[in-house]
Design a protein around this ligand. Structure first.
Ligand code: ATP
Ligand code: MG
Length: 574
């Protein structure tokens, strides 16, 4: 492949020089120490090793930030390596999406590899272990192997085939490879210790027979290496110095080291860190696949999904995700991160970068009785108060406007300061208006609010110093463009979506109100030419992003996040 990083469909918003990893981090300390002692010479090599059996999620983003971020910090390199040892579940679609997601996060891999690139080498090494009396062909079925394994408190039982001669093992392994035996009839196992307190060391399976088409090697192989046999050796082939992975692999480390030692190959080092868990969120490819297959969501990139493609479509920025991962940091014990913290970093970034516009989600007509018919004024509006260089734009103002239904109450409750009969409010960038009457339909619902305006208050202040208690947003009825808006809530109703009654699964915790479509939204005309992926703050409503479902005639927006930042409050409380 020529430059694997060159083509990109969704550009990253992160600049190459932006750093990623949090200030204090035990992984960094280990790497720094190894560099100082010269354990691996002067270079750091890491890898990100996804299995191409689904789309990446935000948990993977954490691993990516560590693998790439730490290597970058020490001027090292990172490979992207697909761990494709399971031909039945792997697809090229997943490979492509994974590459796109890594690029979008702003990272560049040095080498692009597949564990399947190493199948020949792995086979040779297996033969070497057989010759050394360290591996044998077992005729037990998978079930029998499991029954022989023992438990955490009881040792395992040796297979009756454990002490086959080297020659017999070599011949049988060769015949396994040649396709002479049916699926599951034999395995190649490492000969370690059936009484080991670590179950992973009880003669683990290295190869299984599987007559399945592989997405890269086709039908060349009908035996496939197991994860534990492929992973460490692949690291070693690539001279990976620091092989970072999540804590569930801690018990596999002795095996990782055993293979490397017995084969006498480059001593890659496995180091574990905690998995990212987020409240109200599932981070398991298997379960996410189930949501897609059973059509609980529209696809892997449904904006409610915690996949990288989902949150990208929702409008999250790659910078926000990297900042979040840095803030989450690493630990040696698993915990759970509050979803509000993720949203906090999204808002923090969008607040700095999103142009502001006015949009009305649930329109109510407002007519200014004393405003000249046919007159249009161009009101000057600030594009981004956080960024002076973003400048200003003109927003048309006319006699008939739309305001939010929520911004008017015929009978206002006590704390309600927005528009109501006899009450005066400020129209953002416009004038003071005072409600003088309402028009109702047959059902008694208010369908039009009539106001008068004070021409002296243009721009939002009255020369007599008169105060109003509320400022509301609006769009000019004749100039507004129509759009659909999709509002999202959490996909699950429980902080731990896996917490279910007996006999149910996580889908019983799906939130039936996680998607609300608002079909007839009115937006100021400046967004007319917005393109898929463009982000805005709709004043007072939240951050929104143009969805790829948009057509020439109709824009569709996703709400990325509302404006309310609960995490900032949680932090303040300490
Ligand atoms: P899942 O459990 O979602 O299926 P996985 O671990 O099987 O994920 P892989 O494709 O094997 O997915 O993962 C590639 C890398 O990403 C591994 O190094 C793994 O440790 C890491 N990783 C996966 N999930 C998380 C997570 N929630 N937090 C941090 N790292 C993760
Ligand atoms: Mg895995």
């Amino acid at each position: 492949m020529n430059n694997p990083n060159s083509s990109t469909t969704a550009a990253s918003d992160v600049k190459p020089e932006e750093s990623v990893v949090s200030a204090s981090n035990f992984l960094r300390d280990i790497i720094a120490e190894d560099l100082k002692s010269g354990k691996y010479g002067q270079s750091v090599q890491t890898r990100f090793p996804p299995e191409p059996n689904g789309y990446l999620h935000i948990g993977h983003a954490k691993a990516i930030c560590l693998d790439f971020g730490l290597a970058d910090e020490f001027s090292g390199h990172t490979n992207l390596r697909f761990d494709d040892t399971n031909p039945e579940k792997e697809e090229t679609e997943y490979v492509d999406s994974i590459m796109e997601d890594v690029r979008w996060l702003g990272f560049h891999w040095e080498g692009l590899y597949y564990a399947s690139d190493y199948f020949d080498q792995l086979y040779e090494w297996a033969v070497k272990l057989i010759k050394a009396g360290k591996a044998y062909v077992d005729d037990l079925s998978a079930d029998e192997v499991r029954r022989h394994r023992g438990t955490l408190t009881e040792p395992g039982k040796e297979s009756p085939y454990r002490n086959r001669s080297v020659d017999e093992n070599l011949a049988l392994f060769e015949r396994m490879r040649a396709g002479e035996f049916p699926d599951g009839s034999r395995t190649l196992r490492a000969k370690i210790d059936m009484a080991s307190p670590n179950v992973n060391m009880r003669d683990p399976v290295m190869y299984r027979i599987l007559h399945a088409e592989h997405h890269r090697t086709g039908d060349k192989w009908c035996i496939y290496p197991m994860y534990d046999y492929a992973h460490g050796q692949s690291d070693s082939i690539e001279r990976v110095t620091h092989s970072m992975c999540t804590l569930e692999f801690t018990d596999h480390r002795p095996l990782y080291e055993w293979f490397i030692r017995e084969l006498g190959i480059f001593p890659s080092q496995q180091i574990e860190f905690d998995r990212l868990n987020i409240t109200y969120t599932l981070l398991s490819k298997r379960k996410l696949l189930q949501l897609v297959q059973d059509k609980h969501v529209s696809g892997w990139d449904d904006p409610r999904m915690p996949t990288i493609s989902g949150i990208r479509r929702r409008g999250y920025t790659s910078r926000a995700i990297r900042n979040f991962c840095a803030a989450v940091g690493v630990s040696r014990t698993n915990g759970t991160t509050d979803f509000a913290m993720l949203e906090h970093f999204v808002r923090e970034d969008l607040n700095k970068t999103s142009p502001r516009v006015m949009a009305v989600l649930r329109p109510l007509k407002l007519v200014i009785d004393n405003y000249p018919e046919g007159q249009v004024e161009e009101m000057e509006a600030v594009n981004n108060p956080e960024d002076e260089s973003a400048g200003t734009r003109k927003v048309p103002f006319s006699r008939e406007l739309y305001i939010e239904q929520d911004d008017f109450r015929e009978d206002p409750p006590k704390q309600y300061h927005r528009l109501s009969p006899g009450r005066e409010v400020r129209l953002r960038y416009g004038y003071f208006v005072k409600c003088v009457s309402v028009k109702k339909n047959d059902k008694g619902e208010v369908v039009e609010v009539h106001c008068t305006y004070d021409p002296a208050s243009r721009g939002g202040n009255s020369p007599d110093g008169r105060k109003v208690k509320a400022t509301i947003h609006w769009v000019s009825a004749q100039h507004a463009i129509d759009a659909e808006v999709r509002l999202y809530d959490k996909l699950f109703t429980k902080p731990n979506p896996g917490e279910v009654e007996e006999g149910q699964d996580f889908t019983s915790n799906l939130n039936p109100e996680s998607l609300e479509v608002v079909p007839a939204v009115k937006i100021e005309p400046s967004v007319r030419d917005a393109k898929s992926g463009d982000r805005y703050q709709f004043e007072r409503l939240g951050y929104f992003c143009v969805d790829p479902d948009s057509t020439a005639g109709k824009l569709v927006f996703n709400r990325t996040a509302s404006l309310k930042d609960t995490w900032a409050k949680i932090e303040k409380r300490g």
